[in-house]
Design a protein around this ligand. Structure first.
Ligand SMILES: Cc1ncc(COP(=O)(O)O)c(C=O)c1O
Length: 374
C-alpha cells in the first residue's frame, strides 16, 4: 500500500484517502482461493480504517489497534472475550454508558462485576478474586477525576489470564501510555480528544500481544462494529493536532482551575493537577500531564442550574475532548442511568458540574464562567 517516500498509496497523497468502498475486486482465482489485494470486504478490513489503527497503535506503543463505530462498540467488542460466570473487577466510577452496559446488559447475562472505589479497594478485590478475567479501570475517572495507580494494579494482577484494561479517553497517549505501565488493552472513546472536534463518534482498542489482537479482530469482523472509512479519515485528521490541542486545552484548564478554586460559589475542584487532589502524586508519576477535564461542586443545586442557563461561549452539552469547551451535568446526562443511591455514593450529586476545557481564548472562558457564576 505504501507509495512514494512513505506516502499512503501509489499516488503520493499526503492526506490519507477515504476508501469509500464496501468491497474489493479480485484478480482471479488461485488453487487456494481468490487472488486478493489483501482487502476483501470493508466490515473485515478497509485501508482508511487500517491507517487509523496503525496510527493509534504507534501512539499507544501497542502491537495492534482496532477502530470501532463508537467507544461503546469498542467496550462491547472487548466484552465478547468473556463468558457467563466470568468476573470483572472495575473502578467504582465509570462513564455512565459503560456502567449501563455492565449493569443492565452483561450482569443479567451472567458476567459478574465488582467495583473498587480507589486503588486500595481495587487491590483488595484483585487479591480476593485471583480468577478474575479482567480489571477494567478509567484513570482519571469520569466524572469524579479519581486516579488509579496503573503500575500497582498491574503488579497485583498475578494471574496470567487476567487482562488489565485502561480507558485512556481522558488523557490520551499524549499524556498517559498505560501499555507501557503494564496494561494489556487501552480503550478510547475516539469521539473525544483523539477526534477532537465534536464531529465524529469512534472507539479504539490498542492491544499488547498479537494473539489478543487476533481474538479482537475476529470479534470485529464477526460482529461488524468496525469504524466507517469517512469517520476513520476524520479521526486521522483530528489526531494530527492532538498535541497542539491538548497543550492549549490543558493550559486553559489550569487557568480555570485556579480561578474556580478562588470562587466563593465553588466548594471543591476535582482536578488531579492540584496538590490537594489525593491522586496528585500518582498522576505526576504515571502521566506527563493532567489534562483538561475538571469537575467541581458549587454551593447548591440552584447555582448549578443557573450556571447551565447562563453560559454562552461554553456550551451545555454531553461529551468532552473537543475544541469547544463543554459543561455537562453528570447527574442528568452522562450518568443518569446509574441508580440514585450508587450515584450519590460515588459523589455525583446535583451540585456537581463537569467541564471539558477547549482551546478558546482563556480570557473569554473566564469571562463566561464569571457571568455564569455571578
Ligand atoms: C471515559 C469514556 N469511555 C467511553 C465512552 C463511550 O464512548 P462513545 O460515546 O464514543 O461510545 C465515553 C463517552 O462519553 C467516555 O467518556
Amino acid at each position: 500500500m505504501h507509495g512514494p517516500r512513505g506516502a499512503f498509496d501509489a499516488t503520493g497523497a499526503v492526506a490519507t484517502p477515504i476508501y469509500q468502498t464496501a468491497t474489493f475486486a479480485h484478480e482471479g482465482l488461485a488453487e487456494d482461493g481468490a487472488v486478493s489485494t489483501g482487502y476483501d470486504y470493508t466490515r473485515q478490513q478497509n485501508p482508511t480504517r487500517e491507517q487509523l489503527e496503525k496510527l493509534v497503535a504507534s501512539l499507544e506503543e501497542a502491537d495492534d489497534a482496532l477502530a470501532f463505530a463508537s467507544g461503546m462498540a469498542a467496550v462491547r467488542a472487548l466484552m465478547e472475550l468473556f463468558a457467563p460466570g466470568d468476573r470483572i473487577l472495575a473502578s467504582g466510577d465509570l462513564y455512565g454508558g459503560t456502567y449501563r452496559l455492565f449493569d443492565q446488559m452483561l450482569a443479567p447475562r451472567g458476567l459478574q462485576f465488582s467495583y473498587g472505589a480507589d486503588t486500595e479497594s481495587l487491590l483488595a478485590l484483585i487479591a480476593r478474586h485471583e480468577d478474575a478475567k479482567a480489571v477494567f479501570i478509567e484513570t482519571p475517572t469520569n466524572p469524579m477525576m479519581n486516579v488509579f495507580d496503573i503500575v500497582r494494579i498491574a503488579e497485583a494482577v498475578r494471574n496470567a489470564d487476567t487482562l488489565l484494561v485502561v480507558d485512556n479517553t481522558f488523557l490520551t497517549p499524549y499524556f498517559q501510555k498505560p501499555l507501557t505501565l503494564g496494561a494489556h488493552i487501552v480503550l478510547h472513546s475516539g469521539s473525544k480528544y483523539l477526534g477532537g472536534h465534536n464531529d465524529t463518534i469512534a472507539g479504539l482498542l490498542a492491544v499488547r500481544g498479537a494473539a489478543l489482537a487476533e481474538q479482537l479482530r475476529f470479534v470485529q469482523k464477526t460482529t461488524g462494529g468496525g469504524l466507517a472509512p469517512f469517520d476513520a479519515f476524520l479521526m486521522i485528521r483530528g489526531i494530527k493536532t492532538l498535541a497542539l490541542r491538548l497543550e492549549r486545552a490543558q493550559a486553559n484548564a489550569q487557568t480555570i482551575v485556579q480561578w474556580l478554586c478562588a470562587h466563593p460559589k465553588v466548594t471543591t475542584v476535582r482536578y488531579p493537577g492540584i496538590a490537594e487532589h489525593e491522586g496528585y502524586a500518582v498522576s505526576k508519576a504515571q502521566t506527563s500531564g493532567f489534562g483538561a477535564m475538571i469537575s467541581f461542586y458549587v454551593t447548591d443545586a440552584a447555582v448549578a442550574r443557573q450556571f447551565l442557563a447562563r453560559v454562552r461561549l461554553i456550551r451545555f452539552a454531553e461529551s468532552l475532548g473537543g475544541t469547544e469547551t463543554l459543561v455537562t451535568y453528570p447527574m442528568l446526562q452522562t450518568h443518569a442511568d446509574i441508580p440514585e443511591a450508587e450515584r450519590l455514593e460515588i459523589g455525583i450529586t446535583d451540585r456537581l458540574l463537569r467541564l471539558s476545557v477547549g482551546v478558546e481564548s482563556p480570557a473569554d472562558l473566564i469571562a463566561d464562567l464569571d457571568r455564569a457564576l455571578s
